[in-house]
Write a protein that binds this ligand. Structure first.
Ligand code: CP3
Length: 345
């Protein structure tokens, strides 16, 4: 018997009495059982490329909290790694890449062979489809081209995005070549994720906020729509969720023209505004401040209830406005789940 999974129902446009819930970065350092596996794995990339261990850490938050969806454990930066760029994760620092500096560096990136080099990720997905409870939806993901390009050009996290924006302003054709390569590699990668068992795809454009309104469409919306359309052309039933974090009123453009079923809202968006303004065709996801999950208590409870109330009657998936941070107390997550499910004392 097949189960009608709540997350898929919400993404088909059903307004459920209680929204399904999962949380970005639900697997991670705030969980002691994650830290134990992480230590066993060695480096962070080793963990991403060890199917048994990656599947295990994906399942940990499902066992603990019974979320409605599991998100593949991997990272957005495995794509540049598979394209031949050097990528490392430094303890306490974050990602470090050998930065792209000139057109030659873009032309040297490989698109062919990306799926083969990411074969362990597909094996993780196959293990998960076997290991997950039947009511839990499996989410695959990738970074959006703009956000991934920002790490590739800046060489890591950035404060002002001066190098990547400088390139996009100075040499838009050259920068377009990088975006086009990322679109092609990402489509091939996500196609393989769906074949391996991903039931929903989320695209993370975490740094869309760095793009001024005049160039947001070109570097964020269009490449994400191109990926969403290519995935749908190959897999018509697979819903896509876009997360153009921090774009403010431009969320309206993504709802209307993003080519996706779902739109993930950061914490800056007022849910009542989203309900009134965003096309009713899209399912909204979000948008509790991850720091409220750290502080917990009445402030967290009140805001979680307010988000659910504001979005009542429209398709909604409960989530955070951005990923869980490492200092989050695991008990607060359990409390949030029971509030959203309406089961709190
Ligand atoms: O549980 C999940 O959500 C699935 C796994 C996941 C990770 N990264 C694991 C991870 C997902 C979906 C991501 C996406 C990701 N990675 C994004 C987009 C979402 C966002 O947060 O904006 C970005 C920008 C990255 C790039 C990245 N990866 C950075 C900047 C860092 C360092 C910061 C940090 O938190 O350490 C990472 C490392 C990373 N990715 C960790 C995890 C669990 C921590 C590494 C560790 O365990 O040591």
């Amino acid at each position: 018997m097949t189960v009608d999974k709540t997350l898929l129902r919400a993404l088909r446009g059903e307004a459920l009495p209680r929204p399904p819930i999962w949380l970005m970065r639900q697997a991670g350092r705030y969980l002691p059982e994650y830290r134990a596996v992480r230590q066993e794995a060695g480096s962070f990339l080793d963990l991403c490329f060890s199917p048994e261990l990656a599947a295990e850490v994906t399942l940990q938050p499902i066992r603990r909290y019974g979320f409605d969806a599991a998100i593949l454990f991997s990272d957005i930066l495995v794509v540049p790694h598979a394209m031949g760029q050097s990528v490392r994760f430094e303890e306490g620092v974050g990602p470090r890449l050998e930065p792209l500096k000139e057109r030659r560096d873009i032309d040297a990136l490989q698109v062919e062979g990306v799926v083969e080099r990411l074969a362990p990720v597909m094996e993780t997905l196959r293990l998960l489809r076997r290991g997950l409870p039947q009511e839990v939806t499996l989410i695959g993901f990738a970074g959006a081209p703009w956000t991934v390009a920002s790490y590739m050009v800046e060489g890591g996290s950035s404060r002002d995005f001066a190098l990547v924006k400088g390139w996009a302003y100075r040499d838009p054709e050259g920068f377009q070549a990088l975006i086009d390569r990322l679109v092609a590699a990402t489509v091939a990668y996500l196609d393989a994720q769906v074949v391996a068992g991903a039931e929903v795809i989320q695209l993370f454009d975490s740094w869309a906020s760095a793009l001024p309104s005049g160039i947001l469409e070109r570097w964020s919306l269009r490449p994400m729509r191109a990926i969403a359309e290519a995935i749908k052309a190959r897999h018509p039933g697979i819903p896509v969720i876009l997360f153009p974090r921090g774009v403010g009123v431009a969320y309206e453009d993504f709802a209307r023209a993003g080519g996706a079923e779902g739109l993930s809202l950061d914490s800056g968006v007022r849910p009542a505004w989203a309900k009134e303004i965003l096309s009713p065709q899209v399912t909204v996801q979000g948008n509790l401040d991850p720091i409220l999950l750290v502080s917990g208590g009445e402030a967290m409870r009140a805001e979680a209830r307010a988000i659910c109330a504001a979005l009542e009657g429209r398709p909604h998936i409960f989530n955070l406005g951005h990923g869980i941070v490492p200092q989050t107390p695991p008990d607060h997550v359990a409390e949030l789940v029971s509030i959203v499910r309406g089961a709190e004392a």
